[in-house]
Write a protein that binds this ligand. Sequence first.
Ligand SMILES: [Zn+2]
Length: 136
Amino acid sequence: MATDPDCIFCKIIQGKIPSKKLYETEKSYAFLDIGPVAPGHSLVIPKYHAAKMHELPDDSLADLLPIAKKIAVATGADQYNILQNNGRLAHQVVDHVHFHVIPKPSQEQGLVVGWPTTKPTPEELQAVHEKLMQKL
Ligand SMILES: [Zn+2]
């Protein structure tokens, strides 16, 4: 299992840094975020250290979302966001893959999303589609 001795989340998994643990499997660990944007804001992380989602083995990745689902249900939130950031520009603060489970109890609490929609032409959309399809 890949670990990084300097990684705060690897230290949490190893119990070297305390956390409010919520759930654990052979491959994953979940705990309360210490800087919540709403009560119940939690993190679900792989035990395998990888900075970005595409660097994580599929079996480890597949273990995470069912846990996010359990936690979302446990919060009792009727509305919530699941968020996973990759890279500084994408607002990733800790370089260890993590999924946020963020209850959205009110307009003011929870995740506030900016969604700068663009309007590509049909040709631009087609070009993007062809580019992606060449790699899938
Ligand atoms: Zn780590």
